[in-house]
Structures are given as C-alpha cells and as structure tokens.
Design a protein around this ligand. Structure first.
Ligand code: F6R
Length: 610
C-alpha cells in the first residue's frame, strides 16, 4: 500500500527519493509523487503509474534540493490520477504533505473547511488534512503545533510527513496506525514507512509509536508523545541487507522467494529444535509457556495467506497439542465483539506485521486481557511490537506481493509451537524426536520439489488459457487448496476456488466439464483412498486433472492428466511440501500470460487500511 520516503541533509534529495520510492514499489501502488523545498519555493512532481514514469519527468527538470518527501499512492479516496496523487499542498503551495492511512471523518472536516473558504482540487482525505494543518498555521501555530492540532481533530489512521516553506530546516512526521521510521545518518536524516527504503543509506533507525510526532532536522530529531512531552527514543540497528531486497538474477522476486524456501525454512527452525529432548525451544515463549499449555482454547487470527497458515495450525494444534483451536479472519474477529476468556491464548499471524485488521484485532484482544502471541516476519513491525510475546519466522524480506516463503516459514514455526506444547503434554519422546527429524528434513525435500520447476512450467503451458480452476484437498491439505487457489487468482487473474475435496459433491461438481482444470492434493495419507474416489468423479465428467502426489504412488498416474510427485513426510508437515508446486504453477501461468507477477493489479503487499 502507500509508501513514504523523505530526506533532509546536504545531498541532493532527488535520487534518494526516487531510489526510496523504487524500493517501496513492491508494496503496491498506482501513482507516485515527490515534493521538494528549494531556497525560495516548493515544487511538486507527480505521475500516474510506475515510479520510472515519475523519474523520467523528474530527470527532465534537472532539480536539486536538500529536503524533500516522496510517496507511492494506492488509491482509496478518488481514482489514481495526478491530482489525487501525493504530495498535497495548501493554496499557496508553501505546505506539502504525504499520508498513508485513512482519515475517516474527512467529509465533516472538508465541509467545515469549505465554510471557511478552503477550496479543494482532489477527492482525497489527505488534501483535507493538508488544509486543516494550513488552517492552524494561519492561526499562528508553528508547523509542529499546527500538525498536532490538526491531528487532534482527525479520526482514522495516518503516517504523515510534512514540509513547510517557512520552516525549511525540518520534516515533521507523525504516526497512528501506519508505520513511520526515522533513519539516522551522519548530518543527514531520512524518513520512511518501511526500512527497505532506508537500507541503502543507513542501518540506524527509530520507530515512531502511535500518537508520537517528531521534528526531523538534518543533525537531530525531536520526538514527542501525545501529551507533548519530549521522549527519548531508542535507536535500533536493522539487519536487513541490500542484496536481500534485490532479485539476485531471478526474473521476479516471487520466483526468487519460492526458490529460497529451503533456506528460509532453515532460518525459521535454526537453533530452535532439540533432537535429544524431542522438542523445540522458542525463546520468546519461555516466560509464558505454562500459561499457553494450560489454555482452554487457542484462537488464531490473520488475513489472506497468513489465515491459511492459521488453518493448518488449527489441524496441528488440535491433533498434537490437544487444545481446541479456532481460526478467525481478523477483519471479522475485530468487529463482532468476540468472547475472549482469561485462559485463551490468541495467536496473530502476519508476514508484514502491519495488516490493519490483524493489528486492530490484536489490540482488542489485549484490551480484553488475552495472552497475545505474534507470529511475524518483519522485525520491529507494529504487530510484533504490540504482542505480549512472539515468534519471528525469519523468512527474510518478502518483496513479491504474493506471499510464498512467508507461508512455509509460518507453517514451520507453527509446527515448532505445536511440538513445544505437545511435548509438555502427552506426546512421547520418540514421537517428538520423529517430528524433529521430519522438520529437519524439509529443506532437502523442498529442494527436490523445486527441481521439478521445468516440468511444472510445461504443465502451466497447457493451462494458461483456462478461465477457472478448482483446487481440492482434504485434512491438512484443505488449507493448501485454498492457498493454491489464492496464489493463482492474485497473480494470473484466473478465477480459482479451493474446497475440501468432499465438499465437491455438494455444489462445485456442477462446474466440472472438459474446460475445468482441477488440482488435487493427493499425497499418500489416511485420506488418500477418498481423494482417489473424488478424482474418479471429476474424471467421469471429463475434468482435466493435475495431481500433487507422493513419489511412491504409481496408481495415480493412470487416473489423472498430469502428476507432480513430491517426497513424503508426516501429515502435519505435508502442507509445507504440497504448497510449493502450487506456487510454481501459479507463477508460471502468470508469466506465460505476460502479467506483472510481483505487482499484480489492485493488490498491496501490506494492507494498512481496513
Ligand atoms: C496473498 C497475500 C495476502 C496476505 C494478507 C495478510 O499472497 O500476500 O493475502 O497474506 O494480506 O498479510 P500479512 O501476512 O502481512 O498480515
């Protein structure tokens, strides 16, 4: 979703802003803009479409400035066009503002401002906030106090950065619900919504918390809390490296991230498995484990792919940890006043750690007294910081909008958590040790699946023109069917549905004919024979079948059109393997359709609005 970048120092800010915006492209956006402050004036340049279009415009102008802000916009209020793109400015152009988030009461504020003679050019909520700040500047406030006064009238979420011609030595930033980071340089400072925009320049960062504002000068920053008290902020070191956020020779980030999975799940389990004791060690949970083990119920809440990971977690936790587990869409959970008891443990799963619905559901659960565990990828993200405790998945930066390596790392961490609880309960040492060994063998097995890439690419060739797809699986592989369908629809724009295979007879079977490809997840497990019956039913209706099956299976080939054979593992870990061919299938179909795999239309990497 929208991205923010800014610079103040001795260098020309233009290449820094454009470079930062390019690093933020992965978040998803539809227009971009920069605003700069030179000796005597401000200048704003905007464009619709890619940052490269903005760059061409900017390059043709030969600009130079030591302070500036830049923004990528993902349209919420008003279509993607130059007028609605950020920065927005006041009437005389002295004040420039960029904003992530949503101002919920913007219509009321706009009407009031109109009453006082303000005119609006755009359809955005952000322009309203700009004019509101301007109205406080006109009343004699300095920039910081005008921003604070305006924000006190605002309902909604924001990460903002503001520059003002009359106070050219600073950028004022504020945060509530949308991330905002200050990057500390040597006599220069940066601001961004995401550390990936800063990593080329500095490793030292300061995260603003909700309600905080800061004045960022070239040689210092002053942060204040809601009560206007100056606060000492901790400077943190980011471990992110530049090569982790480049494609490293791959055609797309998504392909790189699929191929990285042997390594990313190694990182997710590194130092956390204890073979001798047949259990796992999760540092963050040490102080809470007794309470978790005694939970009467576990609730897992998340969105999208992370929600699918939660569904697999439900199977794992109920089977081995023997704790009733429910999985909730965060967007539903947060609004229905859920019943939460003191002996509940609530797990929030989020790759980005910034998903607005998940974050809001977490805050509500905390408010109701639950123990809240965050499973996140992005270190220092809002969900990671707001949780009572947590487990990082250590998958490394995920740049492709379609989540791949985060999903398998989430499942790996959920298996470690399950093992930890199960061993504190009734699981035997031998069973625990067997699970440890199986988890440790996953990277090698994923390597084997990845070596089928060219075979899967050939299968993709046969299906790239399909209009619909069905994905079917049972038990642990039902959530994988959902995930496979999600991957395909989000990057190839082919309509796809995932179902528990047995549900097919209750409706979807009506769709099956020779034009309906059906992907079956059919590894040899206790549901195998039932899956074979479902395959027969599809075959009898001339559906085209792709099956993800066990290496050792030589019955299935005769029944289906294409098989993708994968190594065996225990049932609870099977989704970590079965999902990989589905990721590759979706990837190759989208590439063959000539689509933008890493930045699919309308999607954002980090959904920071409801
Ligand atoms: C799908 C995808 C999304 C995210 C969802 C939650 O490929 O990426 O469905 O899984 O927006 O995002 P996080 O995990 O960052 O909370």
């Amino acid at each position: 979703m929208c991205g923010i970048v800014g610079y103040i120092g001795a260098k020309n800010c233009i290449p820094i802003l454009i470079g930062g915006l390019k690093r933020l492209e992965y978040r998803g956006y539809d227009s971009a803009g920069i605003g700069i402050l030179t000796d005597d004036s401000t200048k704003v340049i905007k464009s619709v479409g890619k940052v490269s279009v903005l760059q061409e415009k900017v390059d043709s102008l030969d600009l130079n400035a030591n302070i500036g802000i830049g923004h990528t916009r993902w349209a919420t209020h008003g279509v993607p066009n130059e007028i609605n793109a950020h920065p927005h400015m006041n009437a005389d152009g002295s004040l420039l503002l960029i904003h992530n988030g949503i101002i919920e009461n913007y219509e009321v504020l706009k009407e009031t401002l109109k009453h006082f003679g303000y005119e609006f050019r755009s359809e955005t909520d952000t322009e309203v906030l700009t004019m509101l700040i301007d109205s406080f500047l006109k009343k004699g406030h300095d920039l910081l106090n005008a921003v604070r006064a305006a924000l006190s009238e605002v309902e909604g979420t924001y990460g903002i950065a503001v520059i003002y011609k009359e106070e050219p030595d600073k950028i004022v930033v504020a945060k509530k619900g949308s991330p905002l980071v200050i990057g500390i340089g040597d006599n220069e400072n940066y601001i961004a919504s995401d550390v990936s925009a800063l990593v080329a320049h500095t490793q030292q960062v300061v995260y603003l918390e909700d309600g905080e504002v800061a004045e960022v000068y070239c040689d210092k920053f002053i942060a204040k809390d809601v009560s206007d008290k100056e606060i000492e902020k901790e400077v943190k070191e980011i471990t992110l490296k530049l090569d982790e956020i480049s494609k490293s020779g791959y055609a797309h980030f998504m392909l790189k991230e699929i191929m990285e999975q042997p390594e990313s799940i190694c990182n997710a389990m590194r130092g956390r498995l204890l073979l001798g004791e047949g259990t796992s060690k999760l540092g963050g949970l040490e102080d809470y484990i007794d309470r978790i083990v005694q939970s009467k119920r576990i609730i897992i809440s998340a969105c999208g792919t992370s929600w699918h990971a939660g569904l697999v977690g439900e199977y794992m936790l109920e089977q081995f940890a023997e704790i009733p587990t429910e999985v909730e869409y965060a967007s539903e959970f947060r609004y229905r006043n859920p019943l939460i008891y003191p002996d509940d443990t609530i797990i929030f799963i989020s790759q980005s750690g910034e998903t607005a619905d998940t974050l809001a559901a977490l805050k509500e659960s905390k408010r109701k007294g639950a123990l809240v565990i965050g499973i996140c990828n992005v270190v220092g993200s809002s969900i990671a910081r707001e949780s009572s405790t947590g487990i990082y998945i250590h998958a490394g930066p995920e740049i492709g909008v379609a989540s791949t390596k985060a999903f398998t790392a989430q499942l790996t961490v959920l298996s470690l958590l399950t093992l930890l609880i199960a061993r504190k309960k009734r699981m035997s040492l031998v069973d625990g040790q067997n699970i440890v060994k199986e988890i440790e063998s996953l990277p090698e097995k994923i390597e084997k699946i990845l070596s089928l890439d060219s075979k899967i690419e050939k299968i993709a060739d046969q299906f790239k023109d399909a209009k619909n797809f069905l994905y079917l699986g049972r038990g642990y592989n039902f959530p994988v069917a959902l995930e496979g369908a999600l991957k395909l629809k989000e990057i190839s724009y082919i309509h796809a549905e995932g179902y528990p295979a047995a549900e097919m007879k209750h409706g979807p079977i009506a769709l099956i004919d020779k034009d309906m490809p059906v992907v079956f997840l059919a590894p040899k497990d206790s549901t195998y024979d039932k899956i074979l019956s479902n395959i027969q039913e599809v075959k009898a209706r001339h559906g085209r079948i792709i099956a993800v099956a066990s290496e050792s299976d030589n019955r299935i080939d005769k029944l289906v059109d294409y098989t993708i054979k994968i190594p065996d593992t225990i049932r609870m870990l099977m989704p970590i393997l079965t999902v990989v061919p589905l990721q590759l299938l979706a990837y190759h179909i989208a590439v063959k359709k000539g689509l933008n795999v890493d930045q699919p239309r309308n999607l954002a990497k980090s959904v920071t609005v409801e």
